[in-house]
Structures are given as structure tokens and as C-alpha cells.
Design a protein around this ligand. Structure first.
Ligand code: SF4
Length: 272
């Protein structure tokens, strides 16, 4: 399928400043392709980002955009959606921004099942600030702040957001662009809190500290470690080791927050 994505990008802000080989540009490109495929009205679409390499995306996307404070993209997005529920509100965050500093906002956004599409670009590191470990840095991996190997467990963000109440949960990779576009499209069209983890590659601040220092090697890892969810359950525990499922991991239809809020407004106005 051919996409006309130029209109969704601020041409005067290009070229972007992401490092050569970074996965974030691929993920942003796939997001605008999904917006095109989902036929969202650009005049009714708002994109909100936090701080970090992922946060740069709102500078390049030609919508109403907000580049907010560290970890707070979901609260800003929640306010926008509550003020005008007709808007399509997309959040772009990173693993440091969304799972550490904004981790509490992530679980409470999911708990409310408010109609946001949250895309967490997971590059397993704080890239912009030179490579400190994040809650998504794998155990044993090196970072500037774990020079002898990370001893923390990393989060399973799918399980975390499911337990918190999200009604659409998916994971994709920068490698598998076709799958990622489809996941983004489905997440954008889902009514409720959609959480999508997009595995990205940071060859500069993650890869080179962990002996996978080229983007090609990192993309090969994404290809080899990812297993479509349709095949995942058929794998043995041994076969699942060092791999992760991709695709739509969970989806349910349940009541959405702004609709319930509107019912309260309507009932109060009726009584008045
Ligand atoms: S530091 Fe890493 S995540 Fe940030 S732009 Fe460079 S490659 Fe991408």
C-alpha cells in the first residue's frame, strides 16, 4: 500500500535529529501511515509527547501537538480528552518517560480506560541523557549507571497495563513495519485506553554498551526474538526464553471514561 505521509510531517522541521540507525523515525513513520489508514481527521487529532528521544516526534508531526514535561504526557492528554471527547488523542512516550517517571500516570490512565492511544517507544534505555538504565533495561544489560550489569528486573508492560485496566494492549517492533502499522491502526480505532509498546533500537546508547552496536544487528535481534502472538502460546517455556510476543495481546470492550463522565454531566443538568 502506498501512503502519502508528507502532509502529516512538518517539512520545515526535517531532517530530524535522531541518530543514524535509530528506530524512532521508523516508528513515527508507521504511526502516520496508520493515521492515514484509519482515516483520522487531522484537524481532530492531537499528539502529546513527554521528554526523551521519543518526545521529539511531536516536533515533526503536523497535527496539534504538545511536547510536555517529563513523564506527564498522559495527564496532559487526559485533560485534552476530557475537555473535548471528540478529539483523537495520541500519546508518544518512551520507556524512561512512560514506565519510570510517568509510570504512575500510565497505570492510572489504564485504570480509567480513558480513550487515549499510548505508544511507548521502548529502546530499553534513557537514550537522550546518554544511556542510564530504565525500568525496561533487561537484567544483566549494561548502562552508564549499571556498568557491571543491571540487577533490576524489567517490567512486563503488557501485564502491568492489563492488570491496571487497559482495554487494548499490543506490542510491535520497528523491524516489522507492516505489523506495527496494523497494530497502530487497530489501537487508534479502539474505544478506550490503548497501550502499544513499540520496540525500538538505540544503537548509540544501548547497543554499543551491549555488544550489538549496529542498527542492523539490533533489527536482526528484533526479528529473531519476536514471535507473533498467534504462535506464542504453542511455544514451550524453554522456547519462550529470551523471546517476546507481538501483535494484539489483549482487547476487550468496556465502558470508556469520557462517556461515563458525560452521563454524570447529563444527569446533573437534567436534575437542575
Ligand atoms: S540516543 Fe538512541 S534513542 Fe536517542 S536518537 Fe540516538 S539512537 Fe535514537
Amino acid at each position: 500500500m502506498n501512503y502519502d505521509i508528507d502532509k502529516y510531517l512538518r517539512q520545515d522541521k526535517l531532517p530530524h535529529i535522531w541518530c543514524p540507525g535509530c528506530g524512532h523515525g521508523t516508528i513515527m513513520g508507521n504511526l502516520v501511515r496508520a493515521i492515514d489508514k484509519a482515516e483520522l481527521d487531522p484537524d481532530k487529532t492531537v499528539v502529546v509527547s513527554g521528554i526523551g528521544c521519543s518526545g521529539r516526534a511531536t516536533g515533526y508531526m503536523n497535527f496539534d501537538t504538545l511536547h510536555t514535561t517529563h513523564g506527564r504526557a498522559i495527564p496532559f492528554a487526559t485533560g485534552i480528552k476530557l475537555a473535548n471527547p471528540e478529539l483523537n488523542v495520541i500519546v508518544i512516550t518512551g520507556d524512561g518517560d512512560g514506565a519510570a517517571i510517568g509510570g504512575n500516570h500510565l497505570i492510572h490512565g489504564a485504570r480509567r480506560n480513558i480513550d487515549l492511544t499510548v505508544i511507548l517507544m521502548n529502546n530499553h534505555i534513557y537514550g537522550m541523557t546518554s544511556g542510564q538504565f530504565s525500568p525496561m533495561t533487561p537484567t544483566g544489560a549494561n548502562a552508564t549507571t549499571t556498568p557491571y550489569g543491571n540487577i533490576d528486573q524489567n517490567f512486563d508492560l503488557s501485564a502491568l497495563t492489563k492488570a491496571s485496566g487497559a482495554s487494548f494492549i499490543a506490542r510491535g517492533t520497528a523491524f516489522n513495519t507492516r505489523q506495527l502499522i496494523k497494530i497502530f491502526e487497530d489501537g487508534l480505532l479502539h474505544k478506550g485506553f490503548s497501550f502499544i509498546e513499540a520496540i525500538s533500537q538505540c544503537p548509540v546508547n544501548y547497543g554499543r554498551r551491549n555488544n550489538i552496536d549496529t542498527a542492523v544487528e539490533m533489527l536482526k535481534w528484533q526479528k529473531e526474538a519476536s514471535v507473533n502472538i498467534k504462535k506464542w502460546d504453542k511455544l514451550s517455556e524453554e522456547e519462550k526464553k529470551d523471546k517476546f510476543p507481538t501483535g494484539i495481546i489483549y482487547q476487550e470492550n468496556k465502558r470508556e471514561y469520557t462517556e461515563m463522565y458525560q452521563e454524570i454531566i447529563d444527569s446533573v443538568q437534567e436534575e437542575a
